[in-house]
Write a protein that binds this ligand. Structure first.
Ligand SMILES: [Zn+2]
Length: 677
């Protein structure tokens, strides 16, 4: 399973009006570079033109489509400029882009609150137009966004909402600051830290024989996976779950109360109902059922895992009564992987030279989806999309059957100083059909950090990196083959709890002998990846998957329970304890308050379930490939037409039914977790 962080997809500049409950930052338009000021001026003029149209002259084209037009134009004008903050080699350019990003965001937030533009949309909607398909959906979404932002409330209520927003904004910042500035250190002696690799210890502050163990990711994981002393692991685990202190528990509880108040003013029963209205799940009740259905089945795997891990602990400690505890998980997982599953990841790496992986990924997806990719880096300047570094390449995507150009994508694969450090895809231009019939094709950029090959040493990817490569490229394809007419629905502009599904599905191709045989070759001998190695990797893939899935249930249900509490009144520590007992195989540990440092409670509040939700549908979608053939162009074409091409033009559940030809099911996901069918 992939980690819990929402990786990858970052639609840089949504064409959607930024009707968030967020507040504008501090940067003002005066600080923006001339290019950005001009773009915003143009957008302001377009807004003025829409507003100026007399009430009885309003049409879809001059009002609703015109809003989509102005958003797409603004995105075209600014997206590459803003994107440079993540990839430019020039410090000034990065800083200018960062400031410009804030200016444009502020402009969008202000636009979402413009009464005159809202009245224009309202006036058109009041004509009760007979719209169909994507046009109807565009109007519906605009009205929905305005309602969600409180634009149809009376003035005094809107002002009160604004007050609440300011207060929530302040508390969110405080919550995040308390996490970021947490200074928890656990003093432990070298003896207590036995087993922890020297490279982890070397980074710690040390006084004589005592190390101050910090709570950053690499240190925490380094200790939890390697410290042989159980008491050490227990201390570090408990300290980790006390980060940000009880002060942050208060901040969180205030925040939850204010969120409930704001969403109730907007007419929603709970914060979750508000947050997921625009997602596939649609309401809190659906999420409750989702967990209710999944949990008992996953429990079977969690019990098997627990028994396996407990056995390992008993053998290792020589204590036949030893109980397996949550702070034991990382240590025994590491031990089982090393001793029982014996996957030597550096040996596996030798089968994945980057060039071959890229070629394999290209071959597979071109054939599956009926596409041709052409390297047109040499023409990048002429196309008006100059590359920003010599490593960057530009590709053109054409439809094999018709020869039609579908879109373009950049690949920026290797690390360098000051570059974005994770893997992600930016949608830079949306697909758009203008009123005159001209079609704008999409542009995307995939950014990763895979080691650069040299003349005498190829870049060898870990299997995990190969999986990331396929995952991210899933986002690229979603952008490229879209047939959406309005920018608002182009490519990955789908519900947030579905957007990862196409990419999560793509990960499966790196676990199948049939597809691996096409590109996994030892960089020196040219030999295929041995079947036994792959089988061992597959067994290791589901090691602990039940316990980990329950960990995700816990986080999801914590978020869910907090944000469905009546009036937002909740004792977050009491709930955290109770759920830990109920949802996981472990017993709750008094004195911990993990929620105080659970950063996803700001930003993704009420929607944490989405990480697992999208994977359930990803695995279900993959079933059809399993049946028809993972390399069968017929299966690929059907998927391209019914899912990828549709973008956000259709309700995701309807789209899934059309693709599957049946109701969605959880079966495939359970199989993926290692549960037998
Ligand atoms: Zn992703």
């Amino acid at each position: 399973m992939k980690g819990i962080s929402l990786d990858g997809l970052r639609p840089l500049r949504s064409v959607v009006l930024a009707l968030s409950l967020g507040l504008a930052g501090v940067a003002s338009a005066q600080e923006a570079p001339p290019k950005i000021k001009e773009a915003l001026d143009r957008a302001d003029k377009a807004v003025a033109a829409i507003v100026a149209i007399p009430r009885d002259k309003r049409t879809f084209d001059n009002t609703i489509r015109a809003i989509d037009d102005l958003n797409v134009r603004l995105s075209n004008d600014v997206s590459l400029f803003l994107f440079k903050q993540f990839v430019s080699t020039d410090a000034r350019e990065r800083e200018e882009a960062r400031v410009a990003d804030e200016v444009v965001s502020n402009w969008e937030i202000a636009l979402g609150k413009r009464e005159d533009l809202y009245q224009a949309v309202r006036a058109y909607a009041d004509t009760k137009p007979a719209l169909k398909g994507e046009d109807a959906r565009l109007l519906e979404f605009l009205l929905r966004d305005y309602r969600r932002a409180g634009m149809d409330l009376p003035k005094e209520e809107r002002d009160r909402l604004q007050q609440l927003e300011m207060e929530m904004n302040r508390l969110s910042i405080e919550f995040e600051k308390n996490i970021a500035q947490d200074e928890t250190r656990v003093p432990l002696t070298a003896a207590e830290l036995k087993g922890v690799p020297q490279r982890v210890l070397d980074r710690l502050t040390r006084a004589g024989d005592v190390y101050l163990v910090s709570m950053d990711g690499p240190t925490y994981i380094g200790v939890m996976e390697n410290a042989e002393n159980e008491a050490t692991r227990q201390k570090v685990w408990m300290s980790y779950r006390r980060r940000a202190g009880t002060r942050n528990v208060e901040v969180l509880e205030d925040l939850i109360r204010l969120r409930a108040r704001a969403t109730s003013m907007l007419g929603y029963k709970t914060t979750v109902d508000h947050r997921v209205e625009t997602r596939m799940a649609k309401d809190a009740e659906t999420i409750r059922k989702f967990y209710e259905e999944l949990r008992p089945i996953v429990r079977q795997k969690a019990e098997l895992d627990f028994a396996e891990f407990q056995q390992a602990k008993r053998e290792h400690t020589g204590n036949p009564e030893a109980r397996f505890n949550p702070w034991d998980y990382g240590f025994y997982r590491n031990m089982l992987l090393r001793d029982k599953y014996a996957v030597d990841s550096s040996a596996v790496q030798e089968y994945f030279p980057l060039d071959r992986v890229l070629q394999g990924l290209f071959d597979i997806t071109q054939s599956l989806y009926g596409l041709t990719y052409t390297d047109i880096t040499a023409k990048a300047d002429a196309m008006g999309w100059p590359t920003w570094h010599e490593d960057v390449k530009l590709f053109e995507v054409t439809d094999k059957e018709s020869g039609r150009v579908l879109g373009h994508f950049f690949l920026d694969l290797h690390p360098r100083d000051n570059k974005y450090t994770h893997a992600a895809v930016w949608g830079l231009h949306q697909r758009k059909e203008w009123a005159d019939g001209k079609v704008q094709t999409p542009l995307a950029a995939m950014v990763t950090n895979f080691t650069k090959p040299t003349a005498d040493k190829p870049s060898l990817l870990t299997h995990d990196e190969v999986e990331t490569f396929f995952h991210e490229f899933g986002h690229v394809l979603h952008h490229m083959v879209t047939e959406a007419r309005h920018g608002r629905f182009s490519g990955t502009a789908v519900a947030r709890d579905f957007v990862e599904a196409p990419s999560q599905m793509m990960e499966n191709w790196v676990w199948i002998p049939e597809t691996l045989d096409l590109f996994a070759r030892h960089y020196r001998t040219g030999a295929s990846l041995p079947r036994e190695t792959l089988e061992a990797m597959e067994r290791a893939r589901t090691l602990g998957s039940g316990l980990e899935a329950e960990g995700q249930f816990y986080l999801g249900l914590l978020d869910y329970t907090y944000h469905t509490a009546p009036r937002g009144e909740v004792d977050t520590t009491e709930v955290a304890m109770r759920l830990y007992d109920e949802v996981t195989m472990y017993e709750a540990v008094p004195g911990t308050f993990f929620q105080a440092s659970f950063g996803h409670l700001t930003g993704y509040e009420g929607a944490y379930y989405g990480y697992m939700w999208s994977n359930v549908y990803a695995q279900d979608m993959f079933e059809r490939f399993r049946e028809k053939g993972v390399l069968a162009p017929e299966a690929g074409r059907h998927y391209r037409d019914t899912v990828l091409a549709r973008g956000g033009t259709l309700d995701e559940m309807e789209m899934l039914r059309a693709y599957l030809g049946r109701e969605p099911s959880m079966e495939a996901f359970l199989h993926y977790l290692g549960l037998k069918k």
